[in-house]
Design a protein around this ligand. Structure first.
Ligand SMILES: Nc1ncnc2c1ncn2[C@@H]1O[C@H](COP(=O)(O)OP(=O)(O)OP(=O)(O)O)[C@@H](O)[C@H]1O
Ligand SMILES: [Mg+2]
Length: 397
């Protein structure tokens, strides 16, 4: 409301027409990202007021910008001290081209200088008027906070199917970044995965990413940014940048989504035998814990869920392998998840030669007599049975 009042009260006719024009474009979901005047951004954030703060990170503060229509955008004001022009330009140009449901959409940016009095030198009590570069990024507002606020230990918080959808969403977003945009994110962590109102995961913050050409698959950087705990060992120690660095971070995130913890078996300082043993122990523990939960809740799709947990742990543990060559690519991961999803789709998997042995065959396949079956069709002597418990269709002649 405050924003609306300011809007009406403070702007001259010319400015308000210009702002209205900008608003119109911002309300158009198909519009391309644009340069937004600082004055406009000040207006929609109540002069970057404390009440408008959405959060704060290593690069600056994120504000809520409210348009006249009520639509909200996120305005990330980068810290003056840390602003590196080249980095800013990089982030802007990377973000501009991106459109994917699992990527936070970029709506505009601002690069203006403002005059400010700054102390000269610090503590002297004398002030000079200095040109301060102001850099802002404007992004689609994602309403449901970052992923870290949603994942706790595996026995509370989100249900398994929601966690699985989040894992798939992150993988799809990363697939888009790696395969279509040739971008390495380099700061993948739950704080940089935002959740929308229907819990779709959206990857944000490409400030530390580097773009690759078609032929170039790997590069080195002297200026390492990113977040400890999620950073791949080769990036941490040698500054080696590749898609596999993101895959490592993805592994840590998936483990955190499944277990609620960031712990994973350490590959670095162990014998191969010990590694194999601790990996197995880790997977068994996680799987056992989820299985118990599925059993206690009498889930209908228990077998499918168990397979999903198993596959996700296997993938995640491969992702955090200290040897980057042993980590899968995002393409491999998507393929595996797709294969897994095929199992969950009711399928016609069996054809029987006659009706006599039908019941016996169904029992031998585990189609329970006591749990709900649905006969979905019996044309021309065919019986099509859908077992809700294991979500499989049996096609019986
Ligand atoms: N597009 C957005 N929509 C809604 N809230 C956002 C958006 N972008 C950021 N935020 C909020 O602002 C907070 C701070 O984000 P920011 O990216 O500045 O910091 P961070 O992710 O914690 O750390 P880093 O600086 O390493 O990225 C986020 O945790 C989130 O709550
Ligand atoms: Mg961030």
């Amino acid at each position: 409301m405050d924003t609306l009042r300011r809007w009406v009260g403070s702007s001259s006719q010319g400015i308000s027409n210009k702002f209205a024009e900008l608003e119109k474009k911002l309300n158009d979901t198909n519009a391309t990202p644009m340069v937004l005047p600082l004055e406009f951004l000040k207006n929609i954030t109540c002069d970057f007021s404390r009440e408008s703060v959405l959060g704060e990170g290593g690069y600056g503060v994120v504000y809520k910008g409210v348009l006249q229509s009520g639509k909200i955008i996120a305005v990330k004001k980068l810290n003056g001290i840390h602003v590196d022009d080249r980095m800013f330009q990089n982030e802007v140009s990377y973000l501009m081209a991106m459109k994917h449901q699992n990527i936070v959409k970029f709506v505009g940016y601002c690069a203006e200088s403002i005059s400010e009095f700054v102390e000269k030198p610090s503590g002297s009590g004398k002030y000079i008027l200095a040109e301060m570069p102001t850099r802002l990024l404007c992004l689609e507002y994602v309403s449901n906070q970052s992923l870290d606020k949603h994942i706790s230990d595996e026995s509370s918080g989100l249900e398994w199917n929601m966690r699985y959808e989040i894992i798939k969403g992150i993988c799809n977003g990363l697939h888009f970044l790696h395969e279509q945009c040739h971008i390495v994110h380099l700061d993948l962590k739950p704080q940089n995965i935002l959740m929308d109102s229907v819990m779709t995961a959206k990857i944000t913050d490409f400030g530390v990413s580097r773009i690759f050409g078609e032929q170039q698959s790997r590069t080195f950087t002297a200026n390492r940014v990113g977040t400890l705990g999620f950073m791949a060992p080769e990036y941490l120690t040698r500054g080696e940048v590749s898609n596999k660095a993101d895959i490592f971070s993805l592994g840590v995130i998936v483990i955190e989504i499944i277990t609620g913890r960031r712990n994973y078996p350490d590959f670095m300082h162990d014998t191969p035998y010990n590694i194999a043993t601790s990996l197995k122990q880790f997977s068994d523990e996680v799987l056992g814990s989820w299985r118990n939960k599925f059993l206690s809740r009498k889930y209908k799709c228990m077998e499918i869920y168990t397979q999903q947990v198993k596959q996700c742990i296997t993938i995640a543990l491969k992702c955090v392998d200290s040897s980057m060559d042993k980590r899968p690519t995002i393409k491999d991961i998507i393929q595996r998840l797709n294969d897994l999803d095929q199992l969950a789709i009711p399928q016609l998997i069996h054809t029987f030669p006659n009706q006599k042995g039908c019941e016996q065959r169904m029992v031998s396949l585990g189609v329970s007599r006591t749990k709900p079956w649905i006969i979905t069709g019996h044309a021309f002597g065919y019986i099509d049975i859908f077992d809700y418990d294991i979500q499989v269709n049996y096609f019986i002649l």
